[in-house]
Design a protein around this ligand. Structure first.
Ligand code: F42
Length: 328
């Protein structure tokens, strides 16, 4: 069974996001994930507002981090989303965006251990347990939330081998920032190692994809190009190599950024589009999603740009793409 989610950046007003997410819900999308960066709108406030304006879609941070918020704050915030939504919260957490932490004077130490301990504390606090915890990075004495007992699924945002293994070990699911089956062959192997003795079929492998769908393929590709320019330029060398992108194309793109964004967008090649996005007509996207599910993906999460017209794209996803996967 393949599930469909959708990702939104927290760079729109709460009203706009609530409208988009309600529309996603009406179009059969089951999960909405909101990104968390300190300089955008507060993701938990947004989720609480959206919770009151939707009825069935699950609502998650995609992803928050354990550095700009403490574990008890995270527990209280996600429990509030869960209470407001009638049990629809999902807790996405990752190590966070190192670059912005440096600007904030936040020390990004022991990311794996910090995520591991935070997940344990958040889980126990949201279940309503009294928590005393003496870890390597978290030390808590007799903390307890007064929000009842809430069981909120945990999804770990992961890319690196260590974080992927950890996601398998401690998560109910993972959110992997990738759009190509080759990346999931790499990721699923590590997630399985982490899940170890447990039943991997119960683990939700989320593909956080750059997605662009339109009735016309060229329009979909044009909308994807700016996002793909950023993703390609920000990808580590091993990922560029994994996708067979020629060194000279990659260098041309990164140096084009120095001349301006328009030049960079022009330097995006077809190889880059297919490595770093799901893109094209609904039929093109269906084919690419089949490739992802073949590689072990169980939740497809279309993200930026969605397409040249976001609402039309959501409708295409709901009316033309999701029905193809109803039986899987
Ligand atoms: N970041 C945000 O800040 N906001 C978002 O909204 C957001 C969304 C998002 C969605 C999906 C997704 O996959 C990632 C997302 N991210 C977002 C980014 C996320 O927070 C991470 O920055 C991103 O996933 C990169 O993390 P990573 O999996 O590559 O893990 C980092 C920590 C890493 O370097 N991992 C390596 C590894 O192998 O996994 C090395 C681990 C390491 O440093 N180990 C140390 C050591 O000594 O070996 C320390 C060990 C320890 O205990 O920590």
């Amino acid at each position: 069974m393949v599930h469909f989610g959708i990702e939104f950046l927290a760079n729109e007003t709460a009203d706009t996001l609530a409208d988009m997410i309600r529309f996603s819900e009406e179009n059969g999308i089951e999960y909405a994930w909101i990104t968390d960066h300190y300089n955008n709108r507060d993701s938990f406030s947004l989720l609480t507002y959206i919770a009151a304006r939707t009825t069935s879609i699950k609502l998650g941070t995609g992803v928050t981090n354990p550095y700009t918020r403490t574990a008890p704050q995270l527990a209280s915030a996600i429990a509030t989303v869960d209470e407001t939504s009638g049990g629809r919260a999902v807790f996405g957490i990752g190590p966070g965006d190192k670059m912005t932490f440096e600007n904030l004077g936040v020390h990004w130490t022991k990311p794996l251990q910090t995520v591991r301990e935070t997940v344990e504390v958040v889980r126990r606090l949201t279940l309503g347990e009294p928590v005393s915890f003496d870890g390597d990075v978290i030390s808590i004495k007799k903390a307890k939330l007064d929000l009842g007992s809430r069981s909120v699924p945990v999804y770990v945002g992961a890319q690196g081998p260590g974080m992927l293994r950890l996601a398998g070990e401690i998560g109910d699911g993972a959110l992997v920032n990738a759009s190509h089956p080759r990346d999931f062959e790499f990721a699923v192997k590590l997630l399985k190692e982490g899940v170890a003795g447990r039943d991997f079929s119960q683990f939700d492998v989320g593909a956080y994809t750059s997605f662009s769908v339109a009735g016309n393929r060229d329009e979909a590709v044009a909308a994807a190009r700016p996002v793909v320019a950023f993703i390609t330029a920000g990808s580590p060398p091993d990922v560029i190599k994994r996708h067979g992108i020629p060194e000279e194309d990659y260098s041309r793109l990164t140096s084009a950024f120095k001349d301006g964004f328009k030049q960079a967008v022009r330097a995006v090649t077809d190889d880059m589009i297919s490595a770093f996005s799901i893109c094209g007509t609904p039929d093109d996207c269906i084919g690419q999603i089949h490739d992802l599910t073949g590689a072990g993906v169980t939740q497809v999460i279309p993200g930026s740009p969605l397409g040249p017209d976001k609402k039309k794209s959501i409708q295409l996803i709901g009316k033309e793409i999701i029905p193809e996967f109803k039986e899987e």
